[in-house]
Ligand binder design. Structure first.
Ligand code: DC
Length: 223
């Protein structure tokens, strides 16, 4: 069977990573969480107190950053300069700054180059905002995932609680809508459905049902 690239784009917290991970596991493909990379950059700027509105400080920060992924006990972990930051990058302080940071073209150029290198051998499922449009425009399967904002907020709330991260439902809701707005209206690589992407609205779908749909689509492209 042909090794393909699956690109999954969509709004914040609509289950992209859940679907991408499940699909990668089933197909024995690598999973690439591009949002984690933008989150790691944001965490670095916050920790080093770098002003991301200053291009010189952004360039300095980017030159100092090394991001990679490791699989530890079956879990994907994001490493920033050799440190496991998987937990910290999901905190609200990072979520509040990640969309503005990801509007910066220098940041996007650096991340996209790394993502494209990771996809060279295909056999990868990547999720994000610009995967089907910019990172892998030649992906064999492109999925644009979406869901009702209330449902997305509740899922995010549960997910954070399961990780021991305490956040108010209303704060999560506001953050989601704000990120959707910034991500969809930015000048560089805005979130938009690629012309050849298949839309899946998972508001009323279980995780198994959305995986089932995606698998059917993937298998069609793998022959
Ligand atoms: O998928 P996520 O919520 O972890 O992504 C965090 C932020 O990173 C999101 O608000 C927008 C940005 N992002 C991006 O601009 N491009 C991507 N390919 C992935 C994420």
């Amino acid at each position: 069977m042909k090794r393909i690239i699956v690109a999954i784009d969509g709004h914040s917290s609509c289950g992209k990573s859940t679907l991408a991970k499940a699909l990668a596991k089933t197909l024995h493909y690598a999973y690439l969480d591009t949002g984690a990379m933008y989150r790691a950059v944001t965490l670095y700027f916050l920790e080093q107190q770098l002003d991301y509105n200053d291009p010189e400080q952004v360039a300095r920060g980017l030159a100092e950053i090394e991001i990679h992924f490791e699989r530890i006990e079956g879990q994907n972990r994001t490493f920033l300069n050799g440190r496991d930051v998987e937990h910290e990058i999901r905190e609200m302080r990072v979520s509040e700054h990640v969309s503005p940071v990801s509007t910066i073209s220098a940041v996007r150029r650096a991340m996209v180059a790394q993502q494209q290198a990771m996809g060279k051998r295909r056999g990868i499922v990547a999720d994000g905002r610009d995967i089907g449009t910019v990172v892998f425009p030649d992906a064999e399967l492109k999925i644009f995932l979406t869901a009702d904002p209330d449902v997305r907020t509740s899922r995010r709330h549960l997910e954070l609680a399961a990780k021991g991260i305490d956040a108010e439902w209303n704060d999560i809701y506001k953050n989601l809508l704000e990120r959707d707005h910034i991500d969809s209206t930015r000048a560089d690589s805005p979130l938009k459905k690629a012309d050849d992407a298949v839309v899946i609205d998972n508001t009323l779908l279980s995780e198994e049902q959305q995986l089932e749909k995606a698998l059917v689509l993937a298998k069609e492209k793998m022959v």
